[in-house]
Design a protein around this ligand. Sequence first.
Ligand code: LLP
Length: 438
Amino acid sequence: MKEEYGSMGHPHTPTPLKHMHYFEYKNNILYSEEVPIEKIVEAVGTPVYIYSRRTLIRHYRAFDSAFQEVPHIVCFAMKANSNLAVLKVLADEGSGADIVSGGELYRCLKVGIPASKIVFSGVGKTRKEIEEALQAGILSFNVESPQELAFIDRIAGELNRKAPISPRINPDVDPKTHPYISTGLRENKFGISMSVALDMLKSIKDYPNIQVVGVSSHIGSQITKIQPFLDALEKLLSFVEEVRNMGLDIKYMDIGGGLGIRYRDESPPHPRELGEVLVPRMKKAPYTFIFEPGRVIVGNAGILVTRVLYDKVNEGKHFKIVDVAMNDLVRPSLYGSYHEIIPVVKRERPLIKADVVGPICESGDFMAKNRELPDVQPGELLALMSAGAYGFVMSSNYNSRPRVPEVLVDGDSFYIVRRRERYEDLIAGEEIPEFRKV
Ligand code: LLP
């Protein structure tokens, strides 16, 4: 297994660690930390998401220490994985959170992430969400339009509060990633162009309940190059200069998330490498830097385990039908993304080329197309790797499939941190009205 997170600690004295994550074979049997995957499956069945606490901690620390030489706050982008136990692991490491909804705020407060480390992003914050965030006393609203600014000002006035805000600047930088997850281009719906933001800030006196505390940006996700981050940082730094010249006291500079991970053969920079390029530039600026990493913290800290149900060959085309489907992990269907698929028990067997597909009634329901993999048989277990980010959180009940459990491994123990949904959960909240006779 490639050492992606090969070192931690001080950037110049790397301490090599053996693994990028703690999912590995011991005597041809896949383990998470010290727990055989089969043991978890015996307890909870399949499909199941499995996270490794040790990996989460390791990734968090790798990221955090990469920026240790500048004042900073890591606000984990919890949209990537918002399970309470995962959040608690990160909260205990000192993480803050980047939230995009009232529901995410609720989860943060449940696990004790201090409001003073929470930033609120997103183009469509509602009145209820703004009120809740003001009441909680969050660090900053990353404001995405002049109308939103006016709305927050009004609500803050009603609640007799001062709202801390950071305009989210759209730096018009191409992150060179999948179009669905690129956010920092002019054509994307996110952020405010620099000229509109400047105009907005020039009239900030008209908004008595607003306090500008920072500026923010986020250019995209699964970014595998350093240059787009550097370009965005430079643009942000020169923008802030102009803002400070207007007499505004900017404390925070939020450069968003987006650092990519290895799914297949990508070679994204290690957080330390990103730090080595950005930190010298950051050191010259008098700000506290905020980061919103999501995927890089949790992506490789989770897998999704499935069982092969059937094997089918149609006119020479081979299908492995598994019990996991697009409702459980939508990334392959939605983005055509690649998740490595490996057997939970390694045996000698021929390689075949097959589509790995789920039980949902859509042709788009696949985990892999034309994938070369060992000829695993019905009843055997497969692991979909790198499923810790945007996995469970994007799952749904489509086809009335109960959502799958989540398990957190910690050394030689494991915890069911979300139980498998039951049929009753599927219909909870639904009601059949007393229809009038027709
Ligand atoms: N901050 C903001 C404002 C964001 O919109 C996002 C992600 C992040 C931070 C975290 O980005 P990360 O470090 O995880 O790349 N569902 C897609 C990814 C969508 C990303 C949306 N925004 C996927 O499965 O690839």
